[in-house]
Every structure is written in C-alpha cells, then in structure tokens.
Design a protein around this ligand. Structure first.
Ligand SMILES: NC(=O)c1ccc[n+]([C@@H]2O[C@H](COP(=O)([O-])OP(=O)(O)OC[C@H]3O[C@@H](n4cnc5c(N)ncnc54)[C@H](OP(=O)(O)O)[C@@H]3O)[C@@H](O)[C@H]2O)c1
Length: 276
C-alpha cells in the first residue's frame, strides 16, 4: 500500500542528502583532471572518440581492446598529446576471469577507478531462423555477459572505494526493432543491458551512478551496413549517420561532475531515428 500524508511526514535520518561539493562553473564541472577512466572497445569507433574526449578534458584513460592492438599506439599518442596518463590492456570481456584480473591490475597501476565505460559490443545481424545457436551465444557472451562481467567487477571496486560511475553503451536497438535488417538477438542483448543498467542505478545508489547511452547509427564499423544505409538516412530525422565526434560530449557529460544528479538514465542519441 502506498504512503499517506501522515507516513510521508516522518523524517528519515540523513535526508535530504547534501549537495555535492562540485564547481558551479559548468566548464570546470566537465574537467576530468586526476580521474581514472576505463573505456572498453577503445581501439576505434565510439570507444576511441570517448577515450579522446576524456583525455581532452584532462582525464587518465585506460584503453581496453580485444583484437585490434592499434589501441596501444593510440593510447600512447593520446597521452603525449594531452599530457595525461594512459595504458592499454588486452581483455576479452566475455571471459570473466580476464575482466576481474584486469580491473585489479588497473586499480594497482592507477590507484583507483573513477569511471568505467562498458562500450564493447558486436553484432551478427541475421534473422533468428537463419542464425546458428553458436552465433546467438557469441552475441550474448559479448553484449550481455561482457557488460555483466565489467559491471560486477567494477562495481566491487566502486563499493570498496565508496564512489564510482558506470556508463553502458547500449543502442537504440534496445528501444526499437530495426528495419530492414532483422537482428532479434542483437536487439534483445541491448534491451537487456539497458534495463540492467537502470537496475544497477538503484542497487548501487549509496556509492555509484549508472547511466546508459543508446546510440542510433554512427559511422563506424558497426554503423549501418551498405544494404541498410539508405533506410538509415531516411529514418533519421537528420538524414544521416552520426559522426563519432558528435557523441563525445554526451559521454564526457555522464563521466564528469556536470551530471552528478543523473543516475538510472538511458539517453538516446540517434539523429531523431526513433521519433516516427
Ligand atoms: N555504430 C553504431 O551505429 C552503433 C549503434 C548503436 C550502438 N552501438 C554500440 O556502440 C558500441 C561500440 O561500437 P562501434 O560502433 O564503436 O563499433 P566498433 O568500432 O566495431 O567497436 C566495437 C568494439 O567492441 C570491441 N569488442 C568486440 N568484441 C569484444 C570482446 N569479446 N571483448 C572485448 N572487446 C570486444 C571491439 O574490440 P577489438 O576491435 O579490439 O576487437 C571494438 O573495439 C558497441 O557496443 C555497439 O553495439 C553502435
């Protein structure tokens, strides 16, 4: 039964909580100096743009990559260019032990973990009737298990520290059924991680914020395929895919003290694709 006015009049110890001790100047709120941020899938695409954004704001970035070891070179270039500390680790997020061990190594190397950006993902875009169970399991292992592994082990650090910030890259495909490409498994993996992230925002309310980013089509390896690209242009109100530079500000906002009152949100950034 819901509360009545008499019940609501009872003051709870410790409430309201204090406002955060953050700058009032908005550009200062966006500064990431001395913060330690892990980005998974950081070699290229959205993850690389996000890693750049963090470094441009003064933050230290830990690049996680799976197969594309250009991440090592890019992390060094970004460290030099922006005078921040970076590092690169090879981690398959679908293997829980690799995730657990690498998070421990990051904390040992950097002394703490402020933000974990669980961005790695993959798709085998096929109808379920044409998809093998191995292909189904592969997508689940990266897009679902991978996010769960990263969240669980980053969350343990956040709880121990008493602070932390998790950002999950989901997709507009967790909101809508894509056309013309039938890809029910990919869509469902993204719906899972969106709701998982919201649920963690409540579970971790005493020590960490959790938010979800749901991109529409961005011009990366995982962007619209040649056979679907014209439909992607037609569906997006802005008539094009996004450039990765156009997503940097959103991740920086969520990673920084500019968003201290934001948790449990799922932010669509899709050029108006899901409007109709
Ligand atoms: N581009 C879009 O239109 C779009 C739209 C909605 C959502 N997204 C999401 O955005 C995220 C980033 O994708 P992107 O567009 O930037 O494409 P991308 O450049 O292909 O990035 C995907 C990244 O995931 C990493 N990855 C794949 N399997 C992995 C594994 N088992 N362990 C660790 N890392 C793994 C890849 O690492 P390696 O290259 O090192 O193997 C790669 O860096 C994904 O979660 C994707 O679902 C993209």
């Amino acid at each position: 039964m819901s509360m009545n006015f008499e019940d609501c009049g009872v003051v709870r110890d410790g409430f309201p909580r204090p406002f955060p001790n953050t700058p009032s100047n908005v550009l200062e709120q966006f500064r990431m100096d001395s913060k330690v941020v892990v980005v998974t899938g950081a070699s290229d695409g959205i993850g690389l743009a996000v890693a750049e954004a963090i470094a441009e704001a003064g933050g230290n970035v830990v690049f996680w990559y799976n197969s594309n070891d250009v991440a090592i070179q890019r992390s060094q270039e970004i460290a030099t260019k922006h005078n921040v500390k970076t590092s690169a680790y090879k981690v398959d997020v679908s293997v829980s032990t690799q995730v657990q061990e690498t998070i421990a190594q990051v904390v040992k190397e950097f002394g703490k973990l402020d933000v974990f950006i669980a961005n790695a993902g993959m798709a085998i875009s096929k109808p379920i009737l044409e998809q093998t169970l191995e292909e189904y399991r592969k997508q689940m292992s990266v897009n679902v298990d991978g996010i769960v592994h990263c969240s669980k082990y980053a969350g343990e650090v956040f709880q121990r520290q008493g602070f932390g910030n998790l950002i999950i890259t989901s997709s507009m495909s967790g909101h809508i059924v894509n056309v013309p490409t039938d890809q029910p498994v990919y869509n469902a993996t993204k719906a899972y991680v969106t709701h998982f992230g919201k649920s963690l925002a409540r579970e971790w309310r005493e020590f960490a914020r959790v938010n979800v980013v749901s991109p529409g089509f961005f011009d990366t390896k995982m962007g619209a395929s040649p056979s679907a690209i014209n439909e992607a242009y037609r569906m997006a109100a802005l008539g094009r895919q996004g450039h990765t530079k156009e997503i940097k500000g959103l991740y920086l906002y969520l990673a920084s003290d500019a968003s201290t009152y934001m948790t449990g949100s799922d932010v669509l950034i899709d050029g108006g694709y899901v409007l109709p």
